[in-house]
Write a protein that binds this ligand. Structure first.
Ligand SMILES: [Cu+2]
Length: 238
């Protein structure tokens, strides 16, 4: 009886509130799921750092390429899952910056997702210089030399863009800045799982992006405070 009452209330609320901005809260819906692959993904290869012995010395066990990183159960890592349409997200970008560190001649975060207008704070923890070069095409392109011991600097992007990042000194250093208009995003870890919480009722397009396997989108509708399951499967190529 109680459950039924709750359902009726939610339905009535969504009818009344649909045209207005519904502020997300504890009663809001969510989308969760897993990103996985079928087929045979590319094998991670050892990174050749022989041109910079100081870098190689920091990795006695070696370092592997990260363009395709998988986990147990065919999980696909470093996939950005985000609301690409339907999100009534007019919230301001978080005031807190996201960190992006250069450590061991390697980018500590391989795929960094952030909001338009949000600062990324770029630091160099290494005893040698790096020259970070985010290869933006829609936003302004720049590069910056960071000698060892220099303080971090911050930058924010105006427009949504998937930006490859490289180091102009060490060709193997690669990452992505994924700059999104929406605050509703997640990046998959080792288990391929993601969760997009705080979604008011509405129809959404959810997009999953992977640097090697491209983009896939699905639509779904959140009726009330429920959590909907949505899985993405990418065909993998060696
Ligand atoms: Cu470098």
């Amino acid at each position: 009886m109680r459950m039924q009452l709750a359902k009726v209330c939610v339905a009535a609320l969504s009818l009344v509130c649909a045209p207005a901005v519904v502020s997300p809260g504890p009663g809001a819906g969510a989308i969760s799921g897993k990103v996985s692959y079928t087929g045979t993904p590319a094998k991670a290869k050892p990174v050749d750092m022989s041109k910079e012995p100081a870098c190689a010395k920091m990795h006695p066990k070696g370092l592997l390429t990260e363009n395709v990183v998988t986990g147990p159960g065919n999980a696909l890592q470093n996939v950005v899952v985000y609301i690409s349409a339907g999100a009534p997200d007019s919230s301001a970008a978080p005031a807190a910056a996201v960190s992006f560190d250069q450590k061991g001649c390697h980018y500590a975060t391989h795929v960094l997702a952030l909001r338009t207008g949000q600062n990324v704070e770029i630091s160099n923890s290494d005893p040698l210089a790096h020259n970070i070069h985010p290869q933006a095409k829609i936003n302004r392109e720049w590069n910056r030399l960071q000698p060892p011991g220099t303080p971090p600097f911050s930058y924010s992007y105006e427009n949504e863009e998937f930006i490859p990042v490289k180091c102009n000194i060490h060709a193997w250093m690669k990452a992505y800045f994924v700059v999104l208009k929406t605050g509703h995003f997640a990046v998959t870890g080792e288990d391929g799982q993601f969760k997009l919480p705080d979604l008011p009722p509405g129809k959404y397009t959810v997009t999953a992006w992977h640097e090697s396997y491209g983009t896939r989108s699905q639509e779904l509708t959140i009726a009330g405070g429920e959590t909907q399951t949505l899985n993405f499967v990418f065909p993998a190529m060696p």
